[in-house]
Structures are given as C-alpha cells and as structure tokens.
Design a protein around this ligand. Structure first.
Ligand code: NI
Length: 227
C-alpha cells in the first residue's frame, strides 16, 4: 500500500531544508547502494556525515514526529537518518528492492527496512520525469508530489525512479522499521485508526462504541507490536 503524507513540510520547511542541502557537497549516489542497486543507480547524494545533511535530516525527523498521519500509518519503531538525493540530465534509478537491513555509517544503529519514504523537495512543474514508480499487488503506481509532500511504500516492493529529462529532482529518502513488521497487519491497524477518527468526529470521542473500538485498536497493537 502506498500512503501519501501531504504537507509533511510546509513551504518554509522546504525552503529551510533546501537552503541547507543546496550548498552541501553532492557525491555519486552509489556510496549507499547494495551490489544489485549499484548497477541500477545513477544519481547524486549528500554524504551521510555531511553536517548540512544531518541538520536537514533532523528537520525532517521533527516533522515526522509531529505528523499524526505518519505515526498512524508507519507505527515507527526506528527511522534511519534521512538521506538526500538529486537527479538531473537523464539520471534515473532502475528497478530494485531496497536492502533489508540498513546500518548507519560508523555506528551500531541498525534499521530493518519495513517501509521506505520519499519526501519530495522540488516543485513537480520544475522537472520532467522523476516519477517514483512502485510495483504493487494492484499494478504499477507512479508518484510525483508537490514539494514538502511525502509517500510511504513497502520496502519489499520493486520500485524505480524514472529518468529526469528536464530540471532537477531533489528528494529526501530513508527507511523505517515499524513496530508492526507485517504489511497487512499494519494496514489493518491504519484502517481501523482512520475509521475510528472519522466516526469519532461524527458521534463524539466519548461515545461508548468509540471507546471500545479504541480499546480494540490498542489491544491489537499490544498483541502485535515490537516496542
Ligand atoms: Ni529504493
């Protein structure tokens, strides 16, 4: 399931992130690839250890922590520090699957990639191509969102970034280890959560059935979650 997270960063947030990363030293993107992805990947990336990348990454992590939609959809346990990439002049990332476990450079911080996230940092009208194309059980879906919007998708899915034929596509990308490892279980919890929110807005949060459904949600989470 692809889950858009609109407005993760507002215009000021996008501008702040861009002003940091635009003056940082970009390098060949293959420094973070596994063997198979390296064959498919042609882009630029900020080094993980670049202070600009780390500072911009903290801004994105803060936005994620303040997004009820992200938290409900991802049920995050650990988030890999956000990375940044850029595609221009025909650059692309061919079809691949993300590595199952990501280890942060020079630390013991490990994240099992249950979910991948892309945060778009360039206005879509300013570049051609660059769609994130994800093969889902319901067919191929293409995503190209306004700057500041993000999308979550299963790290297990085959996906690619289409060639950028005009302008420059700038984005942040990273992986999330969810408290709920199983995609279907996580999707059901998200569905239940969203239904409770919608129903609660109509009948009131103190309606006895809303209280019971909220209990069911938390009791399922308690049964299934790694925390
Ligand atoms: Ni990928």
């Amino acid at each position: 399931m692809l889950i858009p997270v609109p407005g993760l960063l507002d215009a000021d947030g996008v501008a702040a992130v861009r002003s940091l990363i635009d003056r940082a030293p970009w390098i060949d993107g293959n420094t973070t690839s596994g063997y198979q992805s390296a064959l498919a990947k042609n882009n630029l990336q900020l080094p993980e250890e670049a202070p600009e990348a780390q500072q911009a990454g903290h801004m994105i992590l803060a936005a994620l922590g303040a997004s009820p939609l992200f938290i409900a959809a991802a049920l995050p346990l650990k988030i890999f520090p956000p990375l940044f990439n850029s595609y221009a002049g025909g650059q692309a990332f061919g079809t691949h699957v993300d590595n199952a476990v990501r280890i942060q450079k020079e630390t013991n911080f490990r994240v099992r990639s249950d979910l991948s996230m892309t945060v778009f940092l360039e206005a879509p009208e300013d570049y051609d191509g660059g769609e994130l194309t994800v093969e889902t059980p319901f067919g191929v879906q293409q995503v190209k969102l306004p700057a500041g919007h993000a999308v979550l998708y299963p790290s297990s899915s085959l996906h690619r970034v289409e060639p950028v034929t005009r302008g420059r596509r700038v984005a942040s990308f990273f992986w999330i280890q969810s408290m709920i490892r199983d995609d279907a279980a996580r999707a059901s919890l998200f569905d239940l959560d969203q239904a409770i929110q919608t129903l609660g807005a109509t009948v009131g949060q103190s309606d006895p059935s809303i209280i019971r459904l909220t209990g069911v949600y938390h009791n399922l989470l308690r049964r299934w979650a790694d925390a």
